[in-house]
Design a protein around this ligand. Structure first.
Ligand code: PMP
Length: 801
């Protein structure tokens, strides 16, 4: 026996009791006789015992090196499973005649061995049937179920050293030179050090518990008639406390066939495991490395045993068993394996933890663009000359398929940051519990309505839940028309309110980009029941910011519009207003304009719809709702986009009186509107806005960013003006600041330059020349600094001083 602790057990032979000695032990200690057959054991000796009376047992004579506590641990685990997961088929302990669960016998040389007996399970080993994805899936599922069953199990001996623990891979390093095959030797030489430095430290941070840790083709039992039916999992001899992912990786490495089917086989095992024991993303991404480590460990244990002149499995060398899968898996590679396993477990596309050289996945991106065009058409163009193939978002960062990160200075839907953990947690918890339509009574939609109502001014507090901003506007419009009994509508030139038939007609901004020289007129200009009031654009409109009466002068156009509607037989029933004047170019609205138009509309019997789909939830910094910047209290407030941080939800808030009037003679029902999951997300968004003080952040960081951009753009002839409020900023890009001539081409160049430098902004406005900056509200000073610096560089590199 070697003094090397690693070799203490790995280098030892199984006990060598004869059949007749074993029979005697069985009869004497357990009262069980019958036909005995030796079963293979690596370091222990096993005998299958069958007779006519009993269904069968396995007598286990442990290696002399095995400690009592280790056997006690195995037995306790099996007993634990019998109560925690009674439907799982695992062996049951057969006590000795003495009532003990294990005993001791002496070999001829006087050395003592522990003995115990378990029930024989039905079925044949997986090694005895044709392996396919169905039985691999089923065995994977069984292994996962055992892990779940062992969740609450503890035994101090699960912490004992085990030579098959792949976390000990480094201990075998000195045996690498003994690997006969040069290719395998090189492979193992590469695996061992990187395992130690890159993988091992991570394992200590993962979910850990007692795991079975030895699902292999000999330990998994299946029904020979239907091999996709698992009849049991045996051999608790490798039980250990360790990361759950180690258990699934061992199963994957041991069960998969070692040729070009390896990846599909591993996928089947992992899919099965994930079904019963849902895996975490970080675990999925480690399976490749851990499976390779297991295979390398197999080779090294083989070398160790050969050097100590111990036969391995049935005489075959472990190196012969583990080398083919090792080679096959290595040739598949990490990237492909991780992608396939993520997809098998329905995890989103892979994002490499460390950025790959830019363009590494360009070919795949190009294919995706072609597929998109084929099925989604061209109606929805992709942003940027080189589209960003996004796979992940975190806070203010978006990541592409190569793992490159982009500072998201544009997206307002992830209002409190991409994948905010509080929101993700809330919606997934709700999804676990209930998601249904709002005809059933559940609390979240009511709680949300109460909470949002308490945040609104005046009587506003009665809610109608829908699924998008467009729908909210559509319903608000219908309500306004019905409740005012007037069907004319007023909108601001250049506005955008959505996509439904009625709302599209109120969105002249939707015509931009349509104009192909054929003089297409937007429907808003053709309908007698819609009138457009002049946009209060003090940069390019009739009245400039130097005119103190500009607001009132622009508002006066409402007199004309209201009269025109009246004459056409469509008196004004509604005025819909996006108080950010977003698509108009994020305007500095002159004082008196909003007040002037809304007062005229109300005087004519019309109602006001405050479209807060973009501006709401604190974006303007000073107030939670954009209309508050204008001292307005609308009759309807419509909410969308940021409301659920990406979960689809739309909301109309009005007064109880108006709601009562609208629903008096009809019911209102939107299947998904206000569903519990969307409401959970929306509730969590409000929590985060409060807890992280995001209204204040929007004001402070927005002001800082605007000042920085102004300073950079001050002496640059491309920058006409920097406008906006809070974290909603427009940079007016011009060809000449004196004439303020819009320069959409230059705006596009700057936007694309920023994109290529890793910062995302958009373009907006009637002339398409306004750089639109509207980041998640968790945007901080440091991010503002990055944008200011990149903007300065972009201005320099896009020409014109
Ligand atoms: N109103 C405004 C001001 C918007 O910006 C938008 C979306 N761009 C909408 C309404 C429509 O919202 P949705 O896309 O959710 O239908």
């Amino acid at each position: 026996m070697s003094e090397d602790p690693v070799l203490k057990l790995v280098g030892s032979h199984p006990p060598a009791f004869s059949l007749s000695q074993a029979r005697q032990i069985s009869e004497e200690h357990f009262g069980i006789g019958g036909k005995l057959e030796p079963l293979w054991g690596e370091t222990d000796q096993n005998f299958k015992i069958t007779d006519d009376k009993h269904s069968g047992y396995v007598l286990k004579i442990s290696n002399a090196e095995v400690e009592v506590s280790a056997i006690d641990c195995q037995i306790s685990a099996m007993r634990h499973l019998a109560t925690s997961a009674p439907s799982l088929s695992v062996p049951l302990i057969k006590p000795l005649l003495s009532g003990q669960v294990f005993g001791r016998v002496a070999a001829r040389d006087g050395v003592e061995h522990l003995i115990h007996m378990v029930t024989l399970l039905d079925g044949v080993t997986l090694a005895n049937v044709a392996i396919d994805h169905d039985n691999l899936f089923a065995v994977g599922a069984q292994a996962g179920a055992v892990t779940v069953g062992l969740r609450g199990f503890f035994h101090a001996a699960a912490g004992l050293e085990l030579y098959w623990d792949l976390r000990r891979l480094g201990n075998y390093e000195r045996y690498i030179p003994g690997i006969a095959d040069a290719g395998i030797r090189k492979a193992v030489e590469a695996i061992v050090p990187s395992f130690r430095t890159d993988i091992l430290p991570l394992l200590g941070t993962l979910r850990s518990q007692v795991i079975h840790h030895d699902t292999n083709q000999k330990n998994a039992l299946v029904n020979p008639v239907n091999p996709a039916e698992v009849t049991g999992l045996v051999d608790f001899g490798d039980l250990i406390h360790g990361p759950i992912v180690q258990d699934v990786a061992v199963a994957a490495a041991e069960l998969a066939r070692g040729d070009d089917r390896i990846l599909d086989d591993i996928s089947a095992v992992v899919r099965g495991y994930d079904k019963t024991c849902p895996l975490e993303e970080v675990e999925i991404d480690l399976i490749y490395d851990l499976a390779l480590a297991r295979l390398a460990l197999g080779v090294l244990i083989g070398v160790t045993r050969t050097q100590n002149e111990i036969g391995s499995m049935g005489g075959a060398d472990y190196a012969d068993i583990y080398s083919p899968p090792l080679e096959s898996l290595r040739s598949v590679g990490r990237g492909k394996t991780v992608r396939q396993l993520r997809s098998a477990c329905r995890f989103p596309e892979y994002c490499p933890p460390v950025a790959l050289p830019p363009g590494t996945n360009q070919a795949a991106t190009n294919v995706l663009i072609r597929r998109r065009r084929k099925v989604l058409g061209t109606a929805l163009p992709l942003s940027y000359d080189t589209p960003v193939h996004t796979v992940r978002g975190r806070g203010v960062w978006l990541y592409d398929v190569d793992g490159r990160r982009y500072l998201d200075c544009y997206n307002n839907v992830p209002h409190v940051g991409h994948a905010h953990p509080h929101v993700v947690k809330a919606l997934s918890r709700q999804a676990h519990a209930l998601n249904t339509n709002s005809r059933y009574l559940f609390s979240s939609v009511i709680e949300y309505a109460e909470r949002i109502g308490a945040m609104m001014p005046g009587e506003l507090g009665a809610c109608l839940f829908v699924n998008s901003g467009s729908e909210a506007n559509d319903i608000a419009l219908r309500m306004a028309r019905e409740c005012s009994s007037q069907d004319g509508t007023l909108i601001v030139d250049g506005a955008y309110h959505g996509i439904t038939n009625e709302i599209y007609a109120l969105s002249p901004a939707a015509e931009w980009g349509l104009d192909n020289g054929e003089g297409i007129e937007h429907v808003s200009k053709l309908r007698a029941d819609i009138e457009i009031v002049e946009s209060p654009d003090t940069v390019r409109g009739r009245f400039g910011s130097d005119d103190p009466q500009a607001g009132e002068k622009y508002a006066a156009d409402a007199d004309r519009a209201i009269a025109t509607l009246e004459q056409a037989g469509h008196p004004v029933g509604a005025f819909m207003l996006d108080s950010a004047f977003s698509t108009n170019g994020i305007l500095n609205v002159p004082r008196g304009y909003v007040e002037g138009v809304t007062a005229r509309v109300r005087a004519a019997g019309g109602m006001i719809i405050g479209d807060e789909v973009q501006y709401g939830f604190g974006r303007s910094g000073d107030y939670m709702w954009g209309f508050q910047n204008h001292g307005l209290v609308p009759d309807f407030v419509t909410l969308g986009k940021p409301i659920g941080n990406g979960l689809a939800l739309g909301l109309v808030v009005t007064t109880p009186e108006i709601l009562e009037q609208f629903t008096r003679s009809k019911e209102f029902f939107s299947t998904f509107g206000g569903n519990p999951v969307a409401c959970a997300a929306a509730m969590a968004v409000l929590d985060v806005i409060e807890n992280e003080n995001l209204l204040e952040n929007s004001r402070v960081t927005g002001t800082y960013l605007r000042d920085g951009l102004r300073a950079v753009g001050q002496d640059n002839s491309s920058v006409g003006e920097v406008r906006g409020k809070g974290l909603f900023i427009g940079v007016d890009v011009v060809s000449d600041p004196d004439t303020m001539t819009p320069d959409a081409a230059q705006a596009s160049r700057i936007k694309n330059h920023l994109r290529d430098s890793g910062l995302l902004v958009g373009t907006e406005g009637v002339g398409g020349n306004i750089l639109k900056i509207r980041p998640p509200l968790v945007f901080q000073h440091e991010h503002a600094d990055m944008l200011i610096e990149a903007f300065e560089k972009a201005l320099k590199q896009c020409g014109r001083p």
